[in-house]
Design a binder for this molecule. Structure first.
Ligand code: HEM
Length: 124
């Protein structure tokens, strides 16, 4: 048994993760290719769900129903480029919050596993 604090704990628990999520969406809203996706989104709800999701990814014991991710992103025409931009934004914010390279790598690796539920290549 290890008593090492999890990344979730090192970020400061729920309130720390919420701060990361706030900064993350500030950054997303400054990216030309991304912000319009959230034009009709209730950002209070969005941040709540993202904080819960990120909590699970960083080892909070809470649960997140990943099937929700498929539903939430269905039909949005999200490309690999969008996906890469979101991952890059999150990595930059985690770096800003002092998260180590290995922890950033771990988070990114977990998120990359979700590529197939989020990305839908729109071929015309
Ligand atoms: C690994 C990458 C991503 C993660 C972890 C993620 C996470 C989430 C989460 C947790 C939600 C809320 C789901 C719910 O309501 O329960 C959500 C919704 C959403 N995401 Fe993502 N997302 C990712 C990538 C993207 C990308 C690339 C885009 C498009 C640029 C995007 C656009 C949206 C939109 C538009 C919504 C729904 C907003 C609404 O309901 O109005 N997401 N995402």
């Amino acid at each position: 048994m290890s008593s090492e604090p999890t990344l979730y704990e090192r970020l400061g628990g729920r309130s720390g993760v919420e701060a990361v999520v706030d900064t993350f969406y500030e950054r997303i809203m400054r990216v030309d290719e991304l912000y319009s996706y959230f034009a009709n989104t209730d950002m209070i709800q969005q941040k709540y769900h993202m904080a819960t999701f990120l909590g699970v990814v960083t080892d909070d014991s809470a649960q997140f129903d990943t099937a929700r991710l498929s539903t939430a992103h269905a039909g949005l025409g999200i490309t690999d480029d969008h996906f890469a931009l979101v991952l890059a934004a999150l990595a930059a914010v985690l770096k800003e919050y002092g998260v180590t390279p290995i922890d950033r790598y771990t988070v990114a690796a977990k998120l990359r596993l979700l590529r197939d539920v989020i990305v839908q290549q729109v071929k015309r």
